[in-house]
Every structure is written in C-alpha cells, then in structure tokens.
Design a protein around this ligand. Sequence first.
Ligand code: CDP
Ligand code: CDP
Length: 223
Amino acid sequence: MATPSFIIVAIDGGAASGKSSSSKILAERFNLLHVDTGSFYRHITYELLRRGVAHTDLPSLLQALAELKFTTRLNGRSAQMLISGQPAASDIRGHNVNDHVSHYAAIPEVRHTLLSYQRGQMAVAQQHGFRGLVMEGRDIGSVIFPQADFRFFMNADPAERAKRRAKEGQQDSIAERDRLDSSRKASPLTSPAGAIEIDSTHLTLGQVVEKMAASIAPKFAGS
Ligand code: CDP
Ligand code: CDP
C-alpha cells in the first residue's frame, strides 16, 4: 500500500486575521501538527527583552542569538518552542511583547536563526505520526514552505480585527505591527503566489474553516 503523502498547509495573514483559531481546528480535523510561528517570534522577543538586548544593538543581539538553543515539546497537537529548555512565559501575548516583536522580527539575523528550526517542524510532525502540518505566520507560504500543498492568506477589515482582539481583552497595536511587518525588507508579510485569499470580515470562524477544509479535504481523500 502506498504511504499517504505528508501535507503542508501554510497560513499567512496580518494580526488577528484568524490564523491561530482556524489552524487549530484544521489540525484537529486532519490530524496535523499545529505550528504557530508568531509564538516563536514572541518567545525570542521576550527572551531578548529579558536579557536587556535592544533590537538596535546588533553585536549584542548576535551574541545572544548564538546562545539560544531551540527544542520542541508537544502541547496536544501544537508544537511548543523551548528556549534553553524553557517554555514561553504566559505574557508573550502581553503589550510589552506586542510593542517590540515586529522590531526584532524585522532583523534578518533573527529570522535566519528561526529558519531551519521552523522547517524542522516537518520532521517533528513525521516523528509523532501526524499526517502533515499546518503552519501559520507571515512568511510561511512565501519563504518557509513555498512548496506547501495549500497556501492561505487571511485578511479582515482592520477595524473588525481590532474589535476581535479587544474582545479577547488584549492591548495590541495591530495596525502598527501590520505596517512594520509589511514594509520590512526581510520576508515581509505578503500574500504568497498561488494563495487562496480569505477575507473574514463578514464570516464567522466556522465559515472560514469550512472554506479552507473544502480545499484541503479532496487531497486527503486521494492519498
Ligand atoms: O497573533 P498575531 O497575528 O497578532 O501575531 P503573531 O502571529 O503572534 O506574530 C507576532 C509577530 O511576530 C508579528 O507581528 C510579526 O512581527 C512576527 N512574525 C513574523 O515576522 N513572521 C512570522 N512567520 C510570524 C510572526
Ligand atoms: O492568529 P491570529 O492573530 O491571526 O487571529 P486569531 O487569534 O485566530 O483570531 C483573533 C480573534 O478573532 C479570535 O478571538 C477569534 O476567535 C476571532 N475570530 C472571529 O471572531 N471571526 C473569524 N472569522 C476569525 C477569528
């Protein structure tokens, strides 16, 4: 019997566009490893802030990056990145990280440090018997896995996204992060070639997931 093919789903989009919530549901439905790369950038940012390394101080930044060791632990279906054996603190989604993360994420050396770790999640998924992985971020379909079987680009009206984030009780400057993420030179936030674009301004989360699942399901049926 042929081995079922390993499926990669790439989801990109701006802040609070619905990437995490839809990825988690798809992971559950199709037995995929869920990889939230935004949490990796947040964890690194938290660690660099904790060490007092400014994003403008490149020599100290390079030294700190060389000292960080990345490993993975599974949290249910999600890949959790450990830095030197430690999981991310709960406040990586707090306003301090929100305010700084896009500045660190714009630095090519920071992105390069995470590149092979992110691609290595494919092996993690295979080792743990997942049928594939769903990875979400800003450059997944364009840089990390341009060969992904499915590339989705999520969007929603900025006012609607701000409303959703506020409803979660978070203080988050999503417009400013989107501006920085889209305008940086290194792997900017962009809709990758061949992406299926989903504007969720007037869609419920359930409707978004059904759209995505309708594209993905035939591939599973055929392998
Ligand atoms: O959840 P939300 O969409 O608000 O943000 P996130 O996915 O947790 O990402 C936090 C930040 O990490 C983004 O604003 C980007 O600056 C950076 N990021 C990135 O540069 N590349 C990725 N693949 C993922 C996140
Ligand atoms: O991961 P990302 O920052 O792109 O967004 P998220 O954390 O998945 O979604 C932000 C919030 O919007 C969550 O509370 C979702 O439940 C909500 N959401 C929504 O109300 N309607 C949608 N169509 C998608 C997400």
